[in-house]
Design a protein around this ligand. Structure first.
Ligand code: SF4
Ligand code: SF4
Length: 131
């Protein structure tokens, strides 16, 4: 999704609030051996959306020993866009300041703009969030 290289600090996988599309869930269930049911790694949040579960304060799929995502190649779309996120109050894409190196992943405005378009399309079409 992005061209830069994430330094894999793992900060975004701690206390994750990542929401998941049905496609994200299907892919994880069909292509990894991690889980048999979606209830093992997701829950329904107060907005009625599927969200990744945290276990011991970090994402279900985060390996604290290696500091890496156990399903990196099949990680959810939202994790691929991150640190680009959508601020629904301001109705715009922003780089999450929680990521210590947002500019490594998103180097210029053109790149942010192009990915913002894809992020908005993903949220609208796959998560059914009216933007
Ligand atoms: S996206 Fe940012 S917070 Fe997440 S692992 Fe990469 S550098 Fe760290
Ligand atoms: S699925 Fe992987 S990349 Fe996404 S929050 Fe969990 S551990 Fe991090």
């Amino acid at each position: 999704m992005t061209e830069g290289v994430c330094i894999s600090c793992g900060k975004c996988c701690v206390a994750t609030e990542m929401i998941l599309s049905e496609q994200d869930i299907r892919l994880i269930l069909d292509r990894t051996n991690s889980c048999k049911t979606k209830d093992e790694f997701t829950f329904i949040n107060p907005e009625g959306l599927h969200q990744l579960k945290n276990i011991d304060g970090h994402c279900f799929f985060f390996d604290i020993t290696s500091n890496k995502c156990k399903i990196y190649e099949l990680r959810p779309q939202g994790c691929r866009f991150y640190p680009l996120i959508y601020d629904s109050l301001r109705k715009k894409c922003i780089l999450d300041q929680e990521c210590p190196y947002p500019r490594v992943l998103y180097q210029d405005f053109t790149q942010i703009k192009a990915n913002c378009k894809s992020l908005r399309r993903f949220l609208k079409n796959q998560i059914n969030i009216p933007l």
